[in-house]
Design a protein around this ligand. Structure first.
Ligand SMILES: [Fe+2]
Ligand SMILES: [Fe+2]
Length: 475
């Protein structure tokens, strides 16, 4: 195999060129990654030149460059945020000790598991989204999809870098396995449930990037607190990119709502059939999509009571969201947290040791953050004079992990019987007809400046480009 000059080919700030072992490991992994991209990356995109941002440094003032590139040739850079000199562990049993530049033997298995679990979500979402380019509602949206796809690819590189650099042979094996599992595959699925769900249409895509990429934000933020400094620095930089992914979701849904609201006002109706005849997405369908994506995503935070969560925190591997802004003792022993369970025919709170409830703490922080964006969606409706309020469902709704798993709860938080659940399911979750209707809207619109009928144009172009900018050149 020809040797690749990684320090030139892969933009990085980790002195790749000086570490021969690492360089060799990455040289062996890189062609497998490209094979994976060719097999599982965006369908039919090989010859397209896409207007992408590429991370070129960690300088907040100028970390990315924009330009037309082929995705296959994207420069999947490896960047760690600048280390703080003398950074100290700021939570858990090792509080006050120096952070680790290498993996302590006793935490090796847990750290590897954390990194692999995070790493696995990155290629998974690329796989989930690989067909969406065929039905893009505009060239602008197509470009945003591809931007997210290459950055998830770069996030995979970020995790693989850590595995190769710090975990020896097991790390290399795990890095290989990340290219072998497949989203939705019966025999070798991705690790986490939500990453095995299909993302069949653009409404799902916007919901996914709003809700599920936001799970990514919270997981990365918790890892950005880690005592394992390379992990903290890597995830901090990944968060810079994640913001755009959530923007795509939030603005995508806002644009769908703006278009639907316009049709409702023009036709002076909220009749679902009339709106569907007009080719826009009715609000009850959007609400059902929210119910689905939200409930599937909050499962990603794991069981509400978890001894692993306690171990990860106490040993300094994974902090809380914005750990350093909190004013408690950052050790959390002897404190409690409230989780929900179904008891005596109703949902009731139960106190558990705070350390064991840390998954729930992160889930609750996530919930606060996601509700804020739903309020912004509602403002699109209220500004248009539409009397309809979108809501996230109760956190016990449609859960499959933890104490609430399988408990039958309505979106507004009432325990219901099995019969009622099945009778109401079509009101609460997307039906086959909803999905078929949304699918029927999905046609490819890719002339510069043109948009599908079901979505409004964005307020502004990417990198301040004009409305008819050619974000993707088809060759
Ligand atoms: Fe990611
Ligand atoms: Fe993301």
């Amino acid at each position: 195999m020809s040797s690749i000059n990684y320090s030139e080919k892969i933009p990085n700030n980790v002195n790749l060129g000086e570490d021969r072992t690492l360089q060799r490991a990455l040289e062996q992994w890189q062609p497998n990654f490209i094979n994976w991209w060719d097999d599982m990356g965006p369908v039919g995109s090989t010859d397209m030149d896409v207007y992408l941002r590429t991370a070129v440094s960690v300088d907040p003032q100028g970390w990315a460059q924009f330009g037309h590139v082929k995705m296959r040739d994207y420069r999947w850079g490896i960047f760690l945020n600048q280390g703080e000199t003398d950074r100290k562990i700021h939570f858990g049993d090792h509080i006050g000790e120096k952070v680790w530049q290498d993996v302590p033997g006793e935490h090796r298995a847990n750290l590897r598991r954390i990194i692999v679990t995070q790493g696995d979500t990155e290629p998974a979402s690329v796989e989930q989204q690989r067909h969406l380019g065929n039905t893009a509602p505009s060239m602008y949206d197509l470009r945003n999809l591809f931007q997210i796809n290459v950055e998830e690819g770069r996030h995979l590189w970020a995790m693989v870098y850590l595995l190769h650099k710090h975990f020896g042979r097991d790390g290399r094996e795990e890095a290989d396995a990340l290219l072998v599992r497949r989203s939705g595959d019966e025999n070798n699925p991705r690790i986490l449930g939500a990453f095995n769900e299909a993302t069949p249409d653009w409404l799902s895509f916007f919901m996914f990037t709003y809700f599920t990429d936001r799970d990514g934000k919270f997981q990365l933020a918790a890892l950005a607190e880690s005592a394992f400094d390379p992990l903290a620095r890597t995830t901090k930089f990944m968060l810079t990119e994640e913001a755009h992914h959530m923007f795509v979701g939030e603005s995508g849904i806002s644009r769908v709502l703006a278009r639907t609201a316009r049709a409702m006002n023009e036709l002076k109706t909220d009749d679902v059939n009339k709106l569907r005849a007009e080719g826009v997405i009715d609000l009850p369908t959007i609400q059902r999509y929210i119910n689905f994506h939200y409930s599937v995503t909050i499962d990603l935070f794991g069981a509400d009571e978890s001894s692993n969560a306690a171990i990860f925190y106490s040993s300094g591997l994974k902090g809380r969201y914005e750990e350093s802004k909190r004013t408690d003792d950052h050790i959390l022993k002897g404190q409690t947290y409230k989780v929900l369970e179904s008891r005596d025919g109703k949902l009731q709170e139960k106190e558990v040791p705070l350390l064991n409830g840390l998954n729930e703490v992160l889930r609750d922080d996530y919930i606060t953050d996601s509700v804020a964006g739903v309020d912004r969606w509602n403002r699109v409706l209220s500004k248009a004079g539409i009397d309809f309020t979108l809501k996230v469902p109760h956190k016990a709704f449609n859960r499959n992990i933890g104490a609430l798993s399988g408990v039958k709860v309505s979106p507004d938080g009432q325990l219901v019987s099995g019969n009622e659940w099945f009778a109401k399911m079509d009101e609460w979750l997307p039906t086959a007809q909803d999905r078929a209707y949304v699918a029927s809207l999905m046609g490819r619109v890719v002339e510069p400046g043109k948009f599908a009928n079901w979505i409004s144009p964005p307020n502004m172009g990417i990198n301040r480009q004009a409305a008819d900018f050619d974000y993707v050149r088809f060759n």
